[in-house]
Design a protein around this ligand. Structure first.
Ligand SMILES: [Zn+2]
Length: 280
């Protein structure tokens, strides 16, 4: 189920409710301008981010997951309410970005990813059918060509989102990752779809994509032990968005993506807030 907020339209309705008849014309005119100009969009916003909490999924080798330590919460002696907590987390867990330096020694860190790779036109490649019958499926060049036959060429500089359907299994560790086990041995029992390294090479060389993302735990499918797709993308400076949510709220194309990770200096990755703005 997609989380959709209607920005401009709801804003205009809310504004119009409190206008008196006398000043109707002037206020409505002013309100329409203010509401339309108040945000980056006048249409729906789709949140592609899983909330971070105790059930957030991390790689089997990560022992802690997302730790949110309660600090203060309550009324102070002065009479006002105040709450402030602490969190700690691995860089790579939940909805997050892989910076190129994650798999390329001289790749950029998360704070240095060009914003032009984090904001841009998106396409959603629906591979749910193939992934439903094969949990280890890898998206191929043929899948991408089929997408283009149906929906047009993937634009240069696109943010390509692969829709495997696995977000519907979140946060069930066993169903989402293929195993509920933890520790180094568990990484040999992972099963979920990913992107074939040949298809990654094609997206980089033939379509010059800005970024790629998907609704599984890794851009390499679960059984991978060499992370070849990560290596291809990192070498090309392409950031990767993993553990995405709510891709079913997107059309195949005609939407913008804004993906803003925490700006960790020198980070190999970071928690990510990612939004999409369908344009029709
Ligand atoms: Zn990662």
């Amino acid at each position: 189920m997609a989380a959709i907020a209607h920005g401009g339209a709801m804003g205009r309705i809310a504004c119009a409710l409190f206008v008196s008849p006398v000043s109707l014309m002037v206020l409505v005119a002013g309100c329409l301008v203010a509401c339309a100009g108040a945000g980056p969009t006048s249409g729906p916003i789709v949140d592609l981010t899983h909330a971070f909490g105790a059930d957030t999924l991390y790689w089997p080798t990560d022992g802690e997951g997302f730790v949110h330590e309660r600090g203060s919460a309550g009324y102070t002696e002065a009479g006002y309410y105040y709450s402030a907590h602490r969190f700690r987390s691995a860089e790579h867990g939940g909805t997050h970005v892989d910076a190129p330096v994650h798999f390329a020694e001289h790749g950029v860190s998360v704070d240095a990813i060009p914003l032009t790779r984090l904001v841009g036109q998106g396409v959603r490649v629906d591979v749910r059918a193939a992934c439903a019958s094969d949990p280890d499926y890898r998206v191929t060049v043929a899948d991408l060509e089929r997408f283009e036959d149906a929906h047009g060429r993937i634009p240069t500089g696109a943010i390509v989102l692969l829709h495997t359907g696995f977000a519907s299994r979140w946060p069930d560790r066993e169903r989402y990752l293929g195993t509920a086990d933890r520790g180094p041995d568990a990484t040999h029992r992972l099963h979920f779809p990913g992107l074939h390294p040949d298809a990654a090479r094609w997206l980089v060389a033939e379509r010059a994509i800005a970024a790629v993302g998907l609704d599984t735990a890794s851009i390499d499918h679960g059984p991978s032990q060499d992370f070849a797709t990560h290596q291809v993308l990192a070498a090309a400076g392409v950031p990767v968005f993993e553990n995405l949510a709510s891709l079913d709220g997107l059309p195949p194309r005609e939407f913008r993506v804004v993906a803003l990770p925490m700006k960790i200096a020198g980070g190999s990755g970071a928690p990510l807030r990612i939004l999409a703005f369908p344009q029709r």
